[in-house]
Design a protein around this ligand. Structure first.
Ligand code: F6P
Length: 256
């Protein structure tokens, strides 16, 4: 039965990898909506992938959220994780500290014995503030690092959940709904067809920069995120490695 179960998971991984049109899918058994330990196991799988692809001098950009936080908690010192710099994929501080990209980048670095750079800016910037910020030397340094980023580790969320977490106004939520936003990743909202329909204006990695990275690890699970995950992968970078759980994987096949 054990052998059967494992071949079952690997079949599902191959089917999902084909459905999403990406490089690789790794499925952890269980449902993270119900069992928090599933997130920890997904974190461990993500670290194994990171160890496989990271090279000395790589810049690794990480997003916020509880799932990427679980990856940072699973990281340990290793010969495979040498001379890396971890940076926050976005400077925003809209959510609680433990979930912020800056905190998670420093956690990755501390746990693996590497460097990190942080950038603390408000989550939403007006156009004028954004243009002024861009000229600051600290921000310029970060923008330079985004250009050189070769690994991205990011979460995926549902548009509803994320606009709630960001305490978006009623008007903003309505605008999001009207634009058909379903999924969210690194500050961009995506509709059912995978089109980026809105983005949060703050200093951060641009969608094009993500797409140009040779290694992208996306981590998200739980039944509730299935629709959001499908929307994001409609148009995501083909080189993405996706780590998820059984509940999300099965729900995706139910939806399509
Ligand atoms: O806010 C950062 C972020 O990575 C979002 O882009 C994503 O939608 C969300 O966190 C995922 O959060 P969680 O892993 O806690 O569900």
């Amino acid at each position: 039965p054990l052998v059967y179960e494992w071949s079952g998971i690997s079949d599902l991984e191959t089917q999902l990898q084909k459905l999403l049109g990406i490089k690789k899918v790794i499925i952890v058994d269980g449902n993270l909506d119900l069992e928090p330990s599933v997130k920890t196991l997904m974190g461990v799988e993500a670290v194994t992938q990171l160890e496989q692809y990271a090279k000395p001098q790589d810049i690794v950009a990480v997003t916020g959220g509880s799932t990427v936080a679980a990856v940072s908690n699973a990281v340990q010192k290793s010969n495979r994780l040498k001379d890396l710099t971890f940076i926050a994929a976005r400077g925003g501080m809209g959510v609680e500290v433990q979930m912020q990209a800056n905190t998670i980048a420093s956690n990755f670095a501390t746990n693996s014995g590497n460097d990190y750079r942080t950038l603390y800016l408000p989550e939403h910037l007006s156009e004028a503030a954004y243009n002024a910020m861009k000229e600051e030397p600290m921000v310029q340094e970060m923008l330079g690092l985004y250009e050189k980023t070769s690994i991205v580790i990011h979460g995926i969320g549902s548009a509803d959940e994320m606009s709630g977490r960001r305490k978006s106004s009623e008007a903003e939520r309505q605008a999001l709904q009207k634009s058909g936003a379903v999924g969210e990743a690194f500050g961009y909202y995506f509709d059912e067809k995978g089109k980026a329909v809105q983005r949060i204006r703050t200093v951060g990695l641009q969608l094009e920069q993500v797409k140009n990275c040779p290694t992208i690890l996306a981590i998200a699970g739980g039944t509730k995120k299935a629709k959001a995950i499908l929307s994001y992968f409609k148009n995501a970078a083909k080189q993405t490695i996706f780590i998820t759980d059984m509940a999300a994987a099965q729900q995706m096949f139910k939806i399509i």
